[in-house]
Design a protein around this ligand. Structure first.
Ligand SMILES: NC(=O)c1ccc[n+]([C@@H]2O[C@H](COP(=O)([O-])OP(=O)(O)OC[C@H]3O[C@@H](n4cnc5c(N)ncnc54)[C@H](OP(=O)(O)O)[C@@H]3O)[C@@H](O)[C@H]2O)c1
Length: 219
């Protein structure tokens, strides 16, 4: 039985990840801000009050995990606001950078001492952050924040590899959640692919950017 933590498991893709790890018998811990959503704390341990853009969240997690190790950490929390060139709101752009880029850096850095030889880290990025794949522009804050989190992930993979910890940047597909207004494949289908990618993650293929369907994405 592996111990898995999902950052942001109260809804969307994070919730499906929690349920699927639980169903295969893993010990699942998840975080949320206020609303626990559909989570049932009797079979999934829920740590409330974790805003990934704030330092207090990581302090709370560190207290909860004192002396414990984690086999897997997946950062799912993220936000999308849609800035066009005509509607550049720098506060919104900054907010996405805080949550989507600095959030995963803060969480992985803060929990790194609980990762051991063989542990795995997944960061849910987005294909929208791929420079090579950007054929349409727009979504300024989201694109910038996801490109930057890819760099965070590659840096972290170099940091963690000597400890025996591998890391994957993951694109979940277009998934029907609140973020997309319900467009796309089901969160359960996406989570199945993401879990397969985590199962296949090794120190040999660490630091790469994967589509949930199993192929590598360009940076
Ligand atoms: N859906 C897609 O098609 C798609 C495609 C590519 C990438 N992604 C990425 O996949 C991840 C999950 O997205 P989703 O589709 O599941 O979206 P979602 O249903 O909108 O869920 C977003 C999650 O992020 C949490 N969150 C937002 N701000 C937070 C903060 N400051 N601190 C902690 N948690 C915060 C939300 O918690 P609250 O309930 O507290 O707001 C919620 O649990 C995101 O990183 C997203 O960028 C999604």
């Amino acid at each position: 039985m592996a111990t898995v933590i999902i950052i942001g498991g109260n809804r969307g893709i994070g919730l499906s990840l929690c349920k699927q790890f639980r169903d295969r018998g893993d010990h699942v811990i998840t975080t949320c801000r206020d609303d626990i959503g559909e989570l049932n704390p009797s079979d999934i341990q829920v740590i409330q009050g974790v805003d990934v853009s704030q330092p207090q969240g990581i302090e709370k997690l560190q207290q909860a995990f004192e002396g414990k190790t984690l086999d897997m950490l997946i950062h799912s929390s993220g936000i999308l606001t849609n800035e066009s060139f005509e509607d550049l709101d720098f506060d919104r752009i900054r907010a996405q950078f805080e949550v989507n880029t600095l959030g995963p850096l803060r969480m992985v850095h803060g929990l790194a001492s609980h990762l051991k030889n063989g542990s795995k880290v997944g960061i849910i990025s987005s294909r929208v952050g791929s420079l090579d794949d950007n054929g349409s522009g727009g979504m300024y804050g989201y694109r910038i924040s996801k490109t930057a989190v890819n760099m965070v992930g590659v840096n972290l993979s170099h940091e963690l590899q000597p400890k025996g910890v591998s890391l994957a940047l993951l694109h979940p597909g277009l998934v029907a959640t609140k973020m997309t207004g319900g467009r796309g494949i089901s969160p359960d289908e996406s989570a199945r692919g993401l879990i397969q990618r985590m199962d296949e993650l090794t120190l040999e293929n660490t630091g790469k950017f994967w589509h949930a369907e199993g192929y590598e994405l360009p940076w």
